[in-house]
Design a protein around this ligand. Sequence first.
Ligand code: TRP
Ligand code: ZN
Length: 462
Amino acid sequence: MLRHARTALILLHLTVGCALGAAAPATLLPDPIYPDLGQPGLDVQHYDIHLTVPQPGTPWLRAQVRIDLQAKLPLNDIRLDYQGPTVLSVQWNGMPVPYHLQASPAKLIIPRALPTGAAATLTIVTAGDTRGLPDPTLPIQLGWQSVPASPEQPGANFAFSEPDGTHTFLPCNDHPSDPATFTTHLTVPQDVQAVASGRRTGETQHPDGTHTLTYTLDTPIPTYALGIHIGTLQEVRRPAALLPTQSVDLSDYFPTSVPLDVRAPYQRTTDILKVLTDWFGPYPFATYGSVVVTPPLPALETASLSTMPVRSSRERVIVHELAHQWFGNAVPLARWSDTWLNEGFATYAELLWAEANAQDTTPLLASWRDRLRGGTRPLTATTQAELFDSTAYARGALTLHALRQQVGDPAFRTFLQTYARTRAAQPTQTADLLSLSRQYLGADAETLLRRWIDRPTLPAIP
Ligand code: TRP
Ligand code: ZN
């Protein structure tokens, strides 16, 4: 038995080694924690989305989604994740095509086969009320959020989807191992603002009292990271951030009801962007900003446009979500069990920012240890409940700190930048980080990382 298991492990290892550099996105599916999400062998390149929201604050939505896709393996049919409003039509390369809605797991199935390498375009039109999906651990609904109008504020809607809420309002290959680029067209009443991940590339007024705003995101991201916000938002433009190799346009968006003290910490975004770029290398998008939302939710690193609840409007959370733009958004997960690659890196950025401000980092390090007093686990998660637990965040961050203590700042910086550059748009798992550590930092660094990743208990910091 044991020998059998070990042989399987070695084989797995060889497979991972061979896949390096020529990462085959979909071959890691099905995901052990989310076996029903995504279709093995389906590779979506681009989503072009038209959303019409006639009454912001209500769950009603019309969506037209064009999906440019390719087969990485022979496909007998196309199976998109979908449990949203009524499907009105489906077209395959511009022609109507039959389709089938499966309830569990929730799929929109199109009976069209594709050989390896073949491409096709699907266009799907839906309309109706959206319904959320419960978060695996938090008492919140994932997917399209509706904030009804109140005496204090007009109605709003926004996307809030990690890990699997996007397919409650858009048919998609809803797994981070298939990142794609997005064009998002939002049609809303004239007096309502609409913003999405990417840079604004169009605005059209219509005679019926609505307008359409278009946003383009050229860097591939996972489906859960698509940011969309509709409401009475005030745009606060900041001076463009002039970084060593790029200029980044910065705008934050605040509901009119949000007071000045909530808005103040966002003035630091430019400085944070500079510090993080210094550690992580080029920022992955052309624009950045935060959208403040009023419901009591966690913050979410929606691409180029973080979603920031009022109560998360603090410097440390701003740093955390900005760091996810590299780790999670540009570098996507290959499987959900490796959330520590997102959360550990984003949490560690909080310490890098504190240091850059000449703050004592002892309390932060102590707080991470404290969070693990109740217990910890090896870094690869095995259940949904573990995906966003304190091990993913605090042990993940301490792991990077231990590595840094061992290799020193210059090597650590080069390593972070190499990881961010070489893994961009490549579905990434713990084994990829390990092989990169051996390649760039040597066998001792890899050994240290393995201890931190695999041991049931917390190792000592060098
Ligand atoms: N990734 C989010 C953050 O770091 C946290 C998070 C986990 C989350 N699960 C979520 C946010 C579900 C929104 C919804 O910062
Ligand atoms: Zn995070």
